[in-house]
Design a protein around this ligand. Structure first.
Ligand code: PEP
Ligand code: MG
Length: 578
């Protein structure tokens, strides 16, 4: 048994077998053999070593004549694969534990990798890669035709990986993949957001979980507290089962009240919308009581099929509008770049500060215009709002608005019906825009605060980097100052201000946000019932006083402590889950 602590990014508890993914997505289907097959399992391992060495010999010979350096690397692999000490350990592990050859191999190799990692030496990191390459070679030889990816899972699993890209995460089948844990990542990385969208518990930033777990290990993922338990004992399994049951009971109760309005005790209504990444989420958003879609992250349309043009976008929006049955839909234009690199996109040193989001769109007018055409046309079918992400200046905003005008002219000339009065808004995700909000307000119909990025860009903390995760503080007074000023500017100019970052999904932050005057928020669908319930427990004048008090504080930790105390007093059962 071993407990690891990381960053909880998607709530829930799951107990299941591990599927360890490496970059080639090899997985080990079986962990134990019956005792009578132990000798043949050892023979199978020896045979795999012989076969692998033959492959390596042939490669070394071929490469030796052309590319000497590669041949030398393969010779190192051959020496490792033939190492008698390694063989002895693996054979012993099969014999002593009744492990399959694959499982014993992974365990022993992981132990060596961990030892080298602990030495923290850049020179030895090459040896780690060599060991991992040899493991992969032997594993694929052992598995032969039984190499399986994530696509045809027969049993429920939790996925353990070094990293998952947002696009890879989007492809996980939540019927089979019940949770995931990764070495890297942060709370508001798009992989984490996708985990919440799929409604599966997830913990990231676990450092070396991918080399600590072997396929088939039993794993508990606690997505509330950020713990991952490897091969738990009976007591822990019982404890987590009980916690999962209690939490599910609460979720069921909250869901049964999800359609009730989110109104404070003294009658202030807050509209709670849903953030979605995929059209398949709309149904659950409506079931969970969403008042509409406050953020549709359309870039996944592009990531799944980069050549998607106007018609693909239009059909997509049409199907979402149909499922929404008259509820409003906010479509954000493509936010590519950062951790959502488009095919053929620039490999940049600092992708979050590079050609991301609206910058990518303005540099790639073809796909941008096609998407705007589709959004304007979809506006004819239902209440659609268009939203521009990551605007940093008035000139960037004016250029984007000019392109939208040109596209509207085009549609008019072509006599294609579209919404002439579509509300156009911007996301406030960069401090520069928050600081000039009064200039922005006259140009748009609404402002939507994207706190995931606003925190990242205000505090200079990469939202996806686990090494600086403790500095990523949504309660930093500078962030709260920007949000409160923005709400005030919106009120002064009669422009609606909403908030669609993950900050609004954290129950303990809600009293503060409502107290600041926010009346529209957007969160992951699964979290809506809880968010609405928390809002129903608030009294507006009390939370206004609370937020005024917090705004006077100079330290994020102090603010968080104050909000935590408040939450424990006002909605203890929700806090209890964390
Ligand atoms: C945000 O930055 O807060 C936001 C909602 O956008 P995304 O998470 O997609 O960057
Ligand atoms: Mg953003």
């Amino acid at each position: 048994m071993e407990i690891r602590h990381g960053i909880p990014v998607s709530p829930g508890i799951v107990i299941s077998e591990a599927l360890v993914l490496d970059s080639e997505e090899l997985r080990i289907p079986q962990r134990f053999v019956e005792d009578q097959y132990i000798d043949s399992e050892i023979d199978r391992f020896k045979q795999a070593v012989d076969d692998s060495n033959k492959v390596l010999d042939l490669e070394i010979k071929r490469l030796g004549e052309e590319i000497e350096i590669h041949a030398r690397i393969l010779s190192v692999h051959r020496d490792l694969a033939s190492d008698p000490v390694l063989h002895k350990e693996i054979e012993q592990s099969i014999r002593d534990n009744s492990f399959t050859a694959e499982h014993a191999l992974s365990r022993v190799m992981n132990r060596y990798v961990r030892k080298l990692q602990d030495l923290n030496s850049p020179i030895l990191s090459e040896r780690i890669h060599d060991l991992q390459d040899v493991e992969k070679l032997l594993l694929s030889t052992l598995l032969g035709k039984r190499i399986e990816g994530l696509s045809n899972l027969q049993d429920e699993v939790v996925v353990i990986a070094h990293n998952l890209t947002p696009a890879q995460t989007a492809k996980l089948d939540p019927k089979m993949v019940k949770g995931f844990a990764t070495d890297v990542g942060g709370k508001t990385s798009h992989t984490a957001i996708m985990g919440r969208a799929l409604g599966i518990p997830a913990v990231v930033g676990l450092d070396d979980i991918s080399t600590s777990v072997v396929g088939g290990d039993q794993i508990i993922i606690d997505g509330y507290r950020g713990a991952v338990i490897i091969n738990p004992d009976e007591g822990q399994i019982a404890e987590y089962r009980a916690r999962a049951l209690k939490s599910e009971k609460l979720s069921r109760r909250l869901k049964s009240q999800a359609k009730l309005p989110a109104e404070t005790i003294d009658g202030h209504r807050v509209e709670v919308h849903a953030n979605i990444e995929l059209p398949s989420e709309v149904e659950s958003a409506v079931e969970c009581g969403a008042a509409g879609i406050g953020l549709y992250r359309t870039e996944f349309i592009h990531l799944q099929a980069p050549s998607s043009g106007e018609e693909v976008h239009f059909e997509n929006y049409r199907s979402v509008l149909e499922s929404l049955g008259g509820l409003p839909l906010t479509i954000r234009t493509l936010d590519l770049g950062g951790d959502k690199l488009p095919e053929g996109g620039l490999e940049e040193e600092n992708p979050f500060l590079g050609c991301r989001s609206i910058r990518w769109c303005l540099a790639n007018p073809g796909p941008f215009r096609a998407q705007i055409r589709a959004i304007l046309r979809a506006g004819e079918l239902g209440p659609v709002r268009l939203m521009l992400p990551m605007i940093t200046s008035i000139s960037e905003l004016d250029l984007s608005l000019q392109i939208i005008d040109e596209v509207a002219d085009e549609l008019r000339r072509e006599e294609i019906p579209f919404d002439e009065n579509i509300p156009i808004g911007v996301m406030v995700e960069v401090p520069s825009l928050a600081l000039i909000a009064s200039h922005v307000a006259g140009r748009v119909s609404y402002l939507s605060v994207g706190t995931n990025d606003l925190v990242q860009y205000t505090l200079a903390v990469d939202r996806g980097n686990e090494h600086v995760a403790s500095l990523y503080d949504p309660m930093h007074p500078a962030v709260l100052y920007l949000i409160s000023q923005l709400v005030r500017t919106g009120q002064e100019h009669g422009v609606r201000v909403s908030l669609c970052g993950e900050m609004a999904s954290e129950s303990i932050y809600l009293p503060l946000l409502v107290g600041l005057g926010l009346r529209e928020i957007s969160v992951s669908p699964q979290l809506i019932p809880e968010v609405k319930q928390v809002i129903r427990s608030l009294i507006d004048y009390e939370v206004r006083e609370l937020s005024a008090r917090c705004l006077q504080m100079s330290d994020g930790e102090q603010i968080t402590r104050e909000l935590h105390r408040w939450a424990v007093d006002h909605f203890p059962e929700v806090v209890d889950r964390f």
